[in-house]
Write a new protein. Sequence first.
Length: 364
Amino acid sequence: MKAGIVGLPNVGKSTLFNCLSNAKAQSANFPFCTIEPNIGVVNVPDVRLERLEQLVAPERVVPATVEIVDIAGLVKGASKGEGLGNQFLSNIRETDAILHVLRCFDNDNIVHVDGSVDPIRDKETIDLELQLKDLDSVEKRLEKVGRAARTGDKEALKEQVVLIQLKTALEAAQSVRALDLSDEDRSAYVRPLQLITDKPVLYVCNVDESSAVSGNAYVDRVREVAQSEQAQILILAVSTEADINELDSYEERQMFLEDIGLEEPGAAKLIRSAYVLLDLQTYFTAGQKEVRAWTIHKGATAPQAAGVIHTDFEKGFIRAEVIAYDDYDQYESETKVKEAGKMRVEGKDYTVHDGDVMHFRFNV
């Protein structure tokens, strides 16, 4: 799964990417520093995995991951090819979720592409360009479907109704994710279009160090707008996070965090937030050779979860032996869990819960 970091030029996207991935993308005080998208695979922090490692003492541990993409900054007119618009919009279309970085700090030494700090204006600039690009996609599809609808094709008529709803909303500067559409209509008519404004979004408010804990007036404005969209926000002092990353030892980093009132790096919060944003959850396999976190969509069945390991596991699925993570944590070994009668045997209809520790039985 892939999350794209977006925002206007010079708001801290590449610095944030470096904090997340340690990939050291170029970051500098001028627009369009990022041209080609930088890609990093980032581990999802999970204390449960650390606990299982303590209990099982495996030969290796494999965490869940999210792919993070640092995409070139966007400017007004991007939907018509201004700046790096076409390239930007192509890159963002390939992601599953959007991490939208907004500048929420004052600093005369860092140039703002529009000359002043206003996160709501910045947000609306990007929203509008994405909406215009989606409107273009919807109109092209509507033209094709309209021809079929005129012949009386019932499926085309149903799709036409949804497309007109999308077109009306986009023309009113509404994003598709905010529309009240049925799951059936989204699945049948919206998702195949891969609309950018249909992707889930997390607003990352980039603040100065003094605002890292509770935010500031800029963040308050973003919070109000996000609530109206039913979107989430995350407060992050990106420059401070970069400074913390440069420290050599874990102890030094923790001391720095405590000094500014934080319990953990904001980057860790962001990765977990991205994981949730993508509607993902984790199950574990635990044995002497390997303790591993596996990524699945919420609502996945046991055979679907098995298929993430290997397609043969799903095809030949017989049953799953399941231990809730809390029980594994309490009894501290698989043997003791079994003795306590806490291991369950589940079939094909079982919906996997976040944190399940699973063994699959299958026959190929």
